[in-house]
Design a protein around this ligand. Structure first.
Ligand SMILES: Nc1ncnc2c1ncn2[C@@H]1O[C@H](COP(=O)(O)OP(=O)(O)OP(=O)(O)O)[C@@H](O)[C@H]1O
Ligand SMILES: [Mg+2]
Length: 254
């Protein structure tokens, strides 16, 4: 049985069918990429999963829990975490304080039984471990807003990891990055493989083909095809409607 399953999902914006009966399955520990041209409905699907939008029909199930209709914090409790593209970072606070806040928010039962003076070192240790996990261990005292773009994206991933998700949603983690930062973010996502399932929305096809176990191609709100990298690269319609429109994609498929 798959860890995460979307079935018959529908979202309309007026006359526009932004999500057109989408089916999607992600297995435990799998990196599943969602690709498709601009306006295909990728972000809408992420917003439906995270609870920003309510679907008109269909189901979203994570590890046996039906998410549709649940408020966002209940979805997080069920094991969902999402990167919010830097907006979740407190820019004037240090990296450490950002991580401490996130760690505290998700500490739950693990710290509930500790006395406050014992809980504090435990939280500091969680914050340090999160920083280390994303390669920011040396930056704990820096003001988050003063970090370079690539490091801020890493911090955003660390904040999402604080929830200890079963499924991590990454909406364009490489957006606005140069090749070097993209490479590092690819390595970071790769290092998370196996610890959680990841739904990755990304235009950087080099990263998608390097990381994804399976890929779903969304076109006009519909899943055109789902399969492994070889299936996607070899699919004539995918090449016509999507891959052919991006030079780097053509390069990646060569
Ligand atoms: N809140 C909204 N109200 C009305 N229409 C919307 C809304 N959000 C998205 N849309 C429309 O739904 C369609 C899908 O948009 P969406 O942002 O999901 O695409 P996308 O695949 O994420 O695109 P991109 O690659 O540019 O990020 C588009 O036609 C968009 O204009
Ligand atoms: Mg989008």
């Amino acid at each position: 049985m798959s860890l995460f399953k979307v079935a018959g999902l529908v979202k309309r914006f007026g006359a526009l069918l932004a999500t057109d009966h989408v089916d999607l399955e992600v297995q435990a520990g799998e990196i599943h990429a969602l690709i498709g041209p601009n306006g295909a409905g990728k972000s809408t699907l992420v917003n439906l999963i995270s609870g920003l939008h309510a679907p008109d029909a269909g189901s979203i199930v994570l590890d046996g829990v039906a998410l549709a209709g649940l408020p966002m914090h209940k979805r997080v409790e069920a094991g969902l975490s999402r990167c919010f593209q830097i907006t979740s970072i407190f820019r004037d606070a240090t990296v450490r304080d950002n991580l401490l806040l996130a760690a505290q928010a998700h500490a739950g039962s693990s710290l509930r039984f500790l006395r406050p003076r014992d809980a504090e070192p435990a939280l500091f240790e969680v914050a340090r471990a999160l920083a280390e996990r994303v390669g920011l261990a040396g930056q704990l005292e820096r003001i988050a807003g003063a970090l370079p773009h690539g490091a801020q994206r890493k911090l955003d991933v660390a904040l999402a990891l604080a929830a200890r998700p079963k499924l991590l949603l990454l909406d364009e983690p490489m957006a606005g990055m140069g090749p070097e930062d993209s490479e590092r973010m690819t390595e970071l996502i790769h290092s998370l493989r196996g610890d959680m399932a990841i739904l990755l929305i990304e235009h950087d096809m080099k990263a998608v083909f390097a990381l994804a176990d399976r890929i779903s191609v969304l076109v006009y709100g519909r899943v055109l095809v789902a399969g492994d990298a070889a299936t996607i690269k070899g699919h004539p319609q995918v090449q016509a409607v999507y891959l052919g429109t991006e030079d780097e994609a053509v390069e990646a498929t060569a």
